[in-house]
Design a binder for this molecule. Sequence first.
Ligand SMILES: [Zn+2]
Ligand SMILES: [Zn+2]
Length: 244
Amino acid sequence: MPASLGPGPWAVIASAAAMTAIVGVRYLVTSGLFAWITGRVRPGIYMGLNRQIRREIGWSLLSAAIYGIPAGLAAWGWQEHGWTRIYTDAREYPLWWMPASLLACLFLHDTWFYWTHRWMHLPRPFRIAHAVHHASRPPTAWAAMSFHPVEAITGAVVIPALVFVVPVHVGVLGLVLTIMTVMGVTNHMGWEIFPRRLVHSRIGHWLITASHHHRHHESYRCNYGLYFRFWDHLCGTDRGLSSP
Ligand SMILES: [Zn+2]
Ligand SMILES: [Zn+2]
C-alpha cells in the first residue's frame, strides 16, 4: 500500500468497486431476465438488433462503473462514519414515514430526472450526453442503463445524494432501488408488461410504464418523466401513450 494512501482511501476504493460490481451484476441479471421473458412472450421483436444490443450492454456496463462511485462513497460514509440518514431500526421514525419516504424518494428522483432529461434534449447537450440513449431504435430490455458517461453521472448522483437529506429505512431504500431497476428495464422493453386496465386507468394517468416511455423514444420531444406523469402534465409535455 503506498504511504500516501491510508486505510481510509482504500476502504472508499473497495466500497466503490463493490458497488460497481453489484450494479453491473444487477443490470445483467435484471435485463437478462426481462430479455428472456420478451423472447417468450414477444418472440422476434429483437430480431436484427444484435449489434444494437451489444452496444447497449457496453454503455450500460460503463454506466454501472460510474454509478458505483457515488454509491460506494455513500455506502462507505454510512458504514464508517454514520454520515447518511439511512436508518435500520424501524421504530426510529413513525411507521407512516416508510411509505411517505418511499414516495418522497421516488418523487424527488423523478423531479431531478425530468428536468435534467429536458435539459439533455436541448441540441448541444443532446449531441454530447443523450444521443447514445436514443441510438436505441427501438430500445430493448438491455437499454436500461445505456447512457453516455455524462448522462450516467447525472443519474448516478441522485440516490446517493438523497440518502444524505431524506431519512430512509434501509428496507425502503432497497425498495426504491428495486423499483428504479425494474422500471428502468421494463420501460425500455418494447412491450407493455402491466395490465391495460391499470395503464389506462385513472392511476395509470399519473404513472409511467413502457407505453409512456416508448412514446418518448418515438417522438423525442415529449414524455420526459421517469416514474410519474406529474411534471409532464404540469408542463404540457405529456403526449399520452404509445402502443408498443
Ligand atoms: Zn429511455
Ligand atoms: Zn430522451
